[in-house]
Write a new protein. Structure first.
Length: 444
């Protein structure tokens, strides 16, 4: 692959894709280099012939639902492709990447890094132009895949709208044609944002700012209005009261965004106290700040485990992952450092995401561990040997031998423990997405 120096704001490809390109959150801090099929430039913007030639090399654009928006972004010069001749429209976009795209598309002035992290000037420009508030994101991890809710917060501000809540943000986004539903019209606020979705929303932002009225998805608008007026939990997620799971009594409430399958999954074998029981008498469970911490820790740990790239990984990956694990497991840190070397030699690339649900926390009195249920997805994009491809003690024992390039999804219960006498719980030393009771399958 050819390394090229950044020539301008418009000449930066920021997306991760396959084993043939720089990907994963660790590449985001490398400001000075990128890997592109063709740097976006004024020549491309001004030459229809050259644009056609560039697009023709992207084998995965033609016929894609976002083809028009992708072409617009290429013509604008805010994004380019990859050396393997693919565009990867369905790869995820991080928070930093989406802000950079939006700021670049709207033409806002961007400062210099002055030796800092590459995305710093774009975050600064976004804040200066009222595209972003710190309260928009539950954590400041800019390498985290952007959720649809986080994306529409930025998009709604970009069209000059002011909102009072997350629910209103989703409603205004749908009402103005910025987004439509996913699968059966679902809003899916916690769903991740793909490259194609990001470019489509940015294209729509520009159209609205230029005075165009966009088509609105009536069914999704009705759902958004219903959600805006519905009863919600601490985090603004809609509580549903119909079509409940068979074991609804085990939970203080049932959320609209999760299927019954996630609630009805058989708990980890040592769990003996349900979420409903905890909601009645457990001090930790009834403090939002505590549950926020457990959610953040779990997602941060698996944000490392499910995002590795042999071209960029180093021991910082192990240190960051272990910082979210029970600190008594010193052998775990050593194992993680060995895994880093294995990732390099085995040419492993994994991308994925985890959402931990605070309302689905359970307890094992026997082992003194809380468990938080998670929804996850991952893709093994590159590896030479399958054995030990993921840092997970039970993956090799799973009935499925996971195929390269296939996206998988599922649910699991993750143990939370600490070696200190406090509620700053960490992911347990023996944790797995493939443990007893977990559900894993090819993504729908």
């Amino acid at each position: 692959m050819k390394k090229v120096l950044l020539a301008s704001t418009a000449a930066f490809t920021i997306f991760s894709a396959s084993a043939l390109q720089v990907s994963s959150v660790y590449a985001l801090e490398k400001e000075s280099t990128t890997y592109t099929l063709l740097d976006a430039s004024d020549k491309v913007k001004d030459s229809p012939t050259q644009l056609i030639e560039v697009v023709a090399t992207f084998k995965d654009i033609k016929g894609h639902w976002a083809e028009s928006s992708i072409l617009t972004a290429i013509k604008q010069g805010i994004v380019s492709g990859y050396p393997d001749g693919l565009f990867y429209p369905d790869d995820k976009v991080t928070r930093a990447e989406f802000l950079k795209l939006t700021v670049g598309s709207l033409g806002f002035e961007v400062g210099t890094t002055n030796g800092g992290i590459w995305y710093g000037p774009y975050v600064g420009a976004a804040k200066a132009n009222n595209l972003y508030n710190e309260s928009d994101f539950p954590s400041s991890d800019w390498s985290k895949p952007m959720t649809r809710l986080e994306m529409v917060h930025v998009a709604v501000r970009a069209i000059g709208k002011t909102v009072a809540s997350d629910k209103e943000t989703m409603y205004i986004a749908v009402k103005n044609g910025l987004i439509s539903g996913v699968g059966n019209g679902r809003l899916d606020p916690d769903g991740t944002t793909t490259r194609a979705q990001a470019l489509t929303v940015i294209d729509r932002i520009n159209k609205i700012r230029s005075g165009e009225t966009l088509k609105v998805d009536a069914a999704t608008l009705a759902d958004a209005e219903k959600a805006m007026n519905a009863k919600t939990d601490f985090w603004g997620h809609v509580i549903r009261t119909t079509d409940l799971p068979n074991n609804a009594k085990n939970y203080p409430y049932i959320l609209e965004e999760y299927p019954n399958e996630m609630y009805e999954m058989k708990p980890y074998q040592s769990i003996d106290t349900t979420s409903m029981q905890l909601s009645k008498n457990d001090i930790a469970y009834n403090y939002k700040s505590t549950l926020d911490l457990w959610k953040k820790t779990t997602e941060a740990y698996y944000g490392q485990i499910l995002n590795v790239d042999y071209r960029t990984i180093d021991e910082k990956w192990a240190t960051k992952a272990f910082s979210n694990a029970n600190q008594s497991s010193r052998s775990m840190l050593a194992a993680m450092k060995r895994y880093v070397q294995y990732v390099k030699s085995n040419k492993i690339v994994i991308t994925g995401n985890v959402v931990a649900e605070p309302s689905m926390v359970m307890l094992s009195k026997r082992f003194g561990e809380y468990y938080i249920r998670v929804k996850f997805e991952f893709t093994l994009k590159s590896f030479n040997k399958y054995e030990g491809v993921m840092f997970d003690p039970f993956m090799g024992d799973h009935s499925i031998k996971f195929k390269k390039g296939t996206r998988y999804e599922g649910y699991a219960d993750i143990p939370l423990t600490t070696n200190a006498n406090d509620l700053d719980l960490k992911v347990g030393g023996i944790t797995s997405l493939f443990n007893f009771g977990s559900i894993v399958r090819v993504a729908k």
